[in-house]
Write a protein of this length. Structure first.
Lengths: 421, 137
């Protein structure tokens, strides 16, 4: 297979996001405007928004979450972009990653020079079981869902297969959650931006205030083993193994490589892009890996001309803690079966060999499903430009990677971004 | 081509408590769920094949927080259910509810357990629908 290259280079010159969380009274368009305004402020040399030529919006299900179809033209209109072409892209939780790829291809083709890409989801208007049903529409409605599968259930099944094959335990997964909450505690945009220990103290304080018996936990692991504090959702996935239900929007501004210096003092370049698809979970040769993620990763590495060892840090799709472990193997950071032990040994922590999810990941930052793929890119943008504040990774950073999964891996998109000297 | 290997045909067989897949007449490869086209060869020369209903458990989970359809079927946090992926004796893997296990005790459920098909009817009269399940042999 010959290595695919873009016809011309593409750069990021702006990035912004709303806070992720539950925002009663704020609709998609309201969150989008917040992200858009923040993005405009990050374009070092400024941009007249009327120069933007096209909008691609990643969104999973505004239809079911908000009763709103044809979202993209509304978002364009609310940000003064009418009458540019506005396109909604849907591939479940990978919607924003796929939208980004469409934006990159549109600029690389020469069709447009300046493109806005967004990811957005407004999930919290529905009660939990309706959210579960809506998310489940990303799976096979004929042959998976009637069996009783839910998304936590799919990933929990991958977890039992992983435990059976490699000897991991539920504690392995808990370590990933602790790490991502530690990272998220440094992210002001995170929905649950607090360490597990902080959340434990808050629960004690709440019990004391209500005059209830104050719970005692020896440490984080004791808290995470407590069925009341951390109930099982789909064994072995407990509440703190699952990303939350969230609202949020994120946007990035893409321009052709030759225009990058006109807008930015420190543009971030697209070094590689990969995208693959797959069938139902039960139709795969493996349940302990996501084949589409491996393939998308290989495509992105080949285009960038680098190997996994060259990646300084990654934002991966930790919709469930098991998913992060599998991602670090699929992306070639660790050998198959070693991702769990590497997570336990702290190799994916801030100060580890391969920092993963410095933003807090989907687990702590929040997972407005159609927005997450661009939320990841906003973190890479900040880290590579040295603008991540308290959570800035020290040292010279060159390559950051994003890994965005739809469903159980029916879609996977991997991007590699580069900071050039 | 008049495609008879549809979702509706599969469901209709399931309602008669038969687990039916399709078989490529040329290569002999079997598919469950049934496919109208062999995705490897693009051949559409298929025939129906009844599966034996034997299989083994390859992955599972006990669901405590289910979707509305399973809540309506009587499951909840106090009465969880087990769902998993089953490798059939004929080869294909399929998603199914797993019955006859203690869904409150994950340590008691073992990957590799031999299973036998069970057909679960939900609803009455015209709205009766059969769901695919397996249970330990």
């Amino acid at each position: 297979m010959t290595v695919k290259k873009l016809s011309r280079g593409v750069a990021l010159v702006g990035a912004g996001m709303s806070k992720f969380g539950g925002f009663k009274g704020k609709s998609s368009r309201d969150l989008f405007v917040e992200a858009f305004v923040e993005m405009l402020g990050t374009v070092d040399k400024g941009i007249d928004p009327r120069k933007i030529e096209a909008l691609y919006v990643g969104n999973f299900s505004s239809d079911l979450f908000e009763g709103q179809g044809q979202l993209a033209p509304i978002l364009a209109n609310w940000t003064g972009l009418t009458p540019i072409p506005a396109t909604r892209v849907e591939d479940a939780c990978a919607s924003a990653g796929v939208a980004l790829r469409q934006g990159i291809l549109a600029v690389a083709s020469g069709m447009y020079d300046i493109v806005l890409v967004a990811g957005i989801e407004k999930m919290t208007d529905l009660p939990t079981e309706k959210v579960t049903d809506t998310l489940a529409t990303a799976a096979d409605q004929q042959y998976e869902i009637p069996a009783g599968f839910t998304f936590p259930g799919f990933y929990a099944s991958m977890a039992t297969a992983y435990m059976h094959t490699y000897g991991a335990t539920p504690e392995t997964f808990m370590k990933v959650g602790i790490k991502n909450h530690n990272n998220g505690s440094l992210n002001e945009k995170a929905q649950f931006g607090a360490k597990i220990t902080t959340l434990m103290e808050a629960r004690k304080a709440s019990a004391a205030k209500k005059g209830l018996p104050i719970p005692e936990w020896a440490d984080e692991m004791a808290f995470l083993h407590d069925d009341k504090a951390n109930p099982v959702v789909a064994w072995p996935m407990r509440l703190y193994d699952c990303s939350p239900v969230s609202d949020g929007a994120a946007v990035v501004l893409l321009v052709s490589e030759e225009l990058a210096g006109k807008f930015s003092n420190s543009p971030i370049f697209v070094a590689g892009t990969g995208h693959a698809s797959d069938g139902a979970l039960h139709d795969r040769d493996t349940l302990t890996s996501i084949p589409a993620a491996k393939l998308a990763g290989q495509q992105a590495y080949e285009m960038a001309g680098i190997t996994p060892a060259d990646i300084d840090f990654a934002e991966v799709h930790d919709c469930f803690t098991i998913a992060e472990i599998i991602a670090t193997e699929d992306l070639g950071f660790f050998k198959p079966g070693e991702g769990g032990r590497m997570a336990e040994d702290g190799e994916t922590s801030r100060d580890g060999e391969k920092p993963v999810n410095l933003s807090g990941g989907l687990k702590s930052k929040g997972h407005p499903v159609g927005a997450s793929g661009i939320g990841q890119v906003v973190e890479v943008w900040k880290q590579l430009r040295g603008e991540a504040g308290e959570r800035q990774l020290p040292g010279q950073l060159r390559f950051g990677l994003t890994h965005n999964v739809g469903g159980t891996g029916q879609t996977c998109v991997v991007h590699i971004f580069e900071k050039r000297d | 081509m008049d495609n008879q290997f549809t979702v509706a045909a599969y469901s209709s067989h399931l309602n008669e408590h038969r687990l039916m897949g399709s078989r490529d007449i040329k290569t002999g490869e079997v598919f469950l769920p049934p496919r109208p086209m062999n995705p490897a060869t693009y051949s559409t020369e298929m025939e129906w094949v009844e599966f034996s209903g034997k299989g083994t458990l390859v992955a599972f989970t006990n669901v405590l927080s289910g979707p509305t359809a399973m809540i309506a079927a009587g499951y909840d946090r106090k009465n969880p259910y087990t769902v998993g992926i089953v490798k059939t004796a004929e080869g294909p893997m399929i998603s199914a509810q797993i019955l006859g296990v203690d869904s409150t005790d994950p340590a008691s459920i073992k990957i590799g357990t031999p299973l036998q098909v069970r057909f679960v009817d939900r609803g009455e009269g015209d709205s009766r629908k059969t769901f695919l399940a397996f249970e330990p042999v």
